[in-house]
Design a protein around this ligand. Sequence first.
Ligand code: AVI
Length: 315
Amino acid sequence: MAETAAATRPANTAFRDDVLAGLALPQKAVPARWFYDDAGSLLFEEITRLPEYYPTRVERAILAERGPDFARLIQPGRTVVEFGSGSSTKTPLLLQAIAPAAYVPLDISGDFLRSSAAQLQQQFPALPVWPVEADFTAPVTLPDAVAGLPKLGFFPGSTIGNMVPTQAVDLLRNMRTTLGTGAQLLIGMDLIKAPATLIAAYDDAAGITGRLNLNLATRINRELAGNLPLDRLKHEARWNDAFARIEMHLVAREAIRFEVAGQAFSMAAGETIHTENSHKYDGRSQNLLLAAGGWTPVQRWTDADERFSLLLAEA
Ligand code: AVI
């Protein structure tokens, strides 16, 4: 993918442009990446600990259990490049299972990146760690110190599921460019399952996912001089069977009018702002997606209940 237009603009302009363009669509929509200011990132951390939100727990269990497989299939001496490393909480499970030459966490949030890289360095004092502040959706130039070394891309969490197929394929292709010839990729993908289980994971009893969704409206009001009436919007998680995805929406409880950055908008009762997609996969759709992105699947692991999967692929 060519660098996204948003990535080349200052963040506040990109946010305003995305929101104004999205609210003008027949089906209002704002990209989910705008959930994650500091408050949104904390809410997501809380979500990962919720009883209903199985992906983080199950993926971590697979990583903990499959170390010997990783050691067998991932050659020693690879540089592990983690895409959107965030707090890097799953990384030690992988690093201790294989014998990496170096670790390169990539994240757009520099402060977060540096503090979690420092923490990881303490855990693995002999491992060279080279944090890179970058938008990993575009090709990234890696540090000279790891140029020429074979790479293992690591993309846990099923973040790929938050992208529509064209974006997901562009990202996989760009990862291939970033990682170079002979690369491997270890990627987490959530699986299709009973809609009730999925809806519960995205509409938890404690209401934390609802707060993440509504945080977007709070952010629009604060950063874009908006006056969205928060008490007249409600969180909804829907299963879209045709596209095998959970959708999050902000639903107008009644007809509303509001302004954002000086522009007027209205919503009829029941009308929604589509705020997130979280695609779910089966084995075939995973293989298709990886192949479209230029990757050959090598191995696939799931938990006993087939809730979540990790895939190893090679370029
Ligand atoms: C970050 N991403 C993989 C999460 C997901 O499950 O799609 C985001 C999330 N949204 C609501 N709950 C979690």
